[in-house]
Design a protein around this ligand. Structure first.
Ligand SMILES: [Zn+2]
Length: 161
């Protein structure tokens, strides 16, 4: 699909923008990481006191009739993380009210995103939860509220390219 902003064709193969782990993990020395961290591609616990989940942050792209999703980590309150663990294999987990979370990654090229507040909604045992940022003047919150252009989605797909 031709981009109306730059004339290039970048509709079909938008690469993903995804973070492998929360930023807090990369701040740890290797030995510390081994002794203090329990982790998988879906969740991560540091020293039994900081709790993270991998989520999707959808940005609506009108031109695609779809959303461009950023794969990002969020930090939860300990009791909320416990609740998520209880619901991990529950088919009805989408009925659970959302949890207040904070973004746990800095997205390069944007104003600081680490610590931005949002709501995490579980979606099902085999799909990642989604995060909706609290309304604010932060550019990412504005983009999520208003949607983004195809060109902008392409820019996100190139952040780590
Ligand atoms: Zn473009």
């Amino acid at each position: 699909m031709m981009c109306s902003q730059c004339g290039n064709d970048h509709g079909d193969e938008l690469g993903e923008l995804a973070f492998r782990r929360p930023d807090a993990l990369f701040a740890l020395a290797a030995a510390e990481r081994q002794s203090k961290v329990r982790e998988s591609n879906d969740w991560c616990v540091i020293a039994g006191e900081r709790f993270f989940l991998r989520a999707l942050l959808p940005l609506a792209v009108a031109q695609l009739n779809d959303s461009y999703c950023i794969g990002i980590w969020v930090e939860l309150q300990p009791t909320d993380f416990e609740r998520v663990c209880e619901l991990w294999r529950d088919e009805r987990q989408a009925a659970e009210p959302p949890f207040t979370v904070r973004l746990a990654n800095s997205i390069p090229t944007l104003a600081e995103t680490l610590g931005l507040e949002g709501l995490l909604q579980l979606s099902g045992p085999t799909s990642r939860p989604s995060v909706t940022l609290a309304a604010s003047s932060h550019p990412l919150a504005v983009e999520q509220a208003k949607g983004i252009s195809l060109h902008r989605a392409h820019e996100y797909s190139q952040v780590f390219a």
